[in-house]
Design a protein around this ligand. Structure first.
Ligand code: LMR
Length: 397
């Protein structure tokens, strides 16, 4: 019988830790694992702009009938506009489409399932390190996954020369996964010219770029964070962008994201869309609506959009303050390691360089939960727990 031959699967490297955290009885426990924003009291409040939009939507008594397979047109158009900015949006309006997906993960999985039907021999290349769910997503569709170098642990910065020399050797027709901003887990992003260099190689070697863009607005600003993605939109003949509204709208549990495809000459638009819709239909049928209604409502009303941008800048500012605070506390501890790079890294995460043993010791001795790679969620740090965290890190190293 099939069920008798199934052994237990490994716990998820990120969400599994939150399960463990919940059952930890230590009152001092701190969860710095999953990428979820917390305020200075450790809560994850719904954004005020989102609550306001939800009230308005409720009053409109919107029908709960099914959405189209690719989602609501106004939502997908607003999503492309947010990513591309006004100028590029006007250029790509007729050559791009969006599909509303269940979160950014849904967009990645849909992309992967779609691509495997037409290019099963291609390999998918992800950064080393990368978000731990990238590999399982592409493998689940059937792809082989390999890595390109991304990070130098000694200098705590991007290993750009090795990245370039590896992607130059990637066979034509393979798939290259990039992080649009706030690289997860390192917090180190490519700079201006580096994006050009990568997209030039992708173009001349006929690589398909998938850009995972889940943190727009969490690093510097909505426009600054999109600079790399916008360069790729202008440089590449084909580009897939997988966006998420989990972090920048705080809509984690609503599962709202968008798969954006741009075909520079517009010629692939209709066939690609038709097969993506077919793939979505046999997977989740059509997208959940509540989250996308909220995003659409906020992005279509100027005063609410201003409020949302303010909410987002509050999130960004608190994360930046917590970076400075933790770096300062670690310096006060006279730690043997220089942690000043924490202030320089971008977005929700910092890549501390802590080893697996040190990560285990943080959990066992201090009930501080961080991902095995040494990634910490900066948004889980508060003015109340920063000293405790710095002390504990100093002890384990
Ligand atoms: C994370 O990296 O912690 C988030 O993107 C949440 C997730 O789904 O893993």
């Amino acid at each position: 019988m099939i069920f008798n031959n199934i052994s237990e699967a490994e716990k998820d490297p990120i969400l599994g830790l939150t399960e463990e955290f919940k059952s930890d009885l230590n009152p001092k426990k701190i969860n710095l694992s999953v990428g979820v924003y917390q305020d200075n009291d450790g809560n994850t409040p719904t954004l005020p702009s989102v609550i306001e939009a939800e009230k308005e939507i409720l009053d409109q008594n919107i029908s709960k009938t099914y959405k189209p397979i690719d989602g609501d047109k106004e939502f997908t158009e607003k999503s492309i506009q947010l990513v591309a900015g006004e100028t590029i949006f006007s250029e790509i309006k007729k050559t791009s489409f969006g599909l509303n997906t269940p979160g950014g993960t849904g967009a990645l999985r849909l992309t992967s399932d779609f691509l495997f039907q037409f290019s099963s021999k291609s390999k998918v290349w992800i950064s080393n390190p990368s978000w731990p769910n990238h590999k399982p997503i592409f493998e689940a569709s059937g792809f082989k996954v390999d890595t390109y170098p991304y990070f130098n642990n000694e200098s705590n910065s991007i290993d750009f020369d090795n990245l370039i020399s590896t992607i130059k050797k990637i066979p034509k027709g393979d798939v290259l996964v990039m992080h649009g901003c706030c690289h997860n887990p390192t917090g180190e992003d490519l700079k201006g010219d580096q994006w050009d260099e990568v997209s030039d190689i992708a173009k001349s070697n006929n690589l398909l770029v998938i850009c995972d863009f889940a943190y727009q607005g969490l690093a510097d600003s909505l426009d600054d964070d999109a600079a790399g993605v916008r360069k790729m939109l202008q440089n590449l003949d084909n580009l897939i962008i997988c966006t998420s509204y989990s972090k920048n709208f705080g809509l984690y549990s609503e599962r709202v994201g968008c798969l954006i495809y741009n075909s520079k000459f517009g010629s692939n638009y209709a066939p690609v869309l038709s097969h993506m819709k077919k793939t979505a239909r046999s997977n989740y049928s059509n997208p959940p609506a509540h989250g996308s209604e909220i995003v659409k409502f906020i992005l279509s009303h100027d005063s609410l959009r201003d409020k949302w941008e303010k909410d987002l800048s509050n999130i960004r500012d608190r994360i930046k303050n917590m970076r400075s605070l933790l770096a300062r506390e670690l310096k006060n501890e006279r730690s043997s390691k220089d942690f000043s790079f924490i202030e320089r890294q971008k977005g929700m995460f910092s890549y501390t360089g802590l080893s697996k043993e040190q990560v285990d010791a943080l959990k066992k001795n201090y009930s501080i939960y961080i991902v095995n790679s040494g990634r910490i969620n900066i948004a889980g740090i508060t003015t109340h727990n920063s000293k405790y965290i710095a002390k504990a890190i100093n002890e384990v190293i």
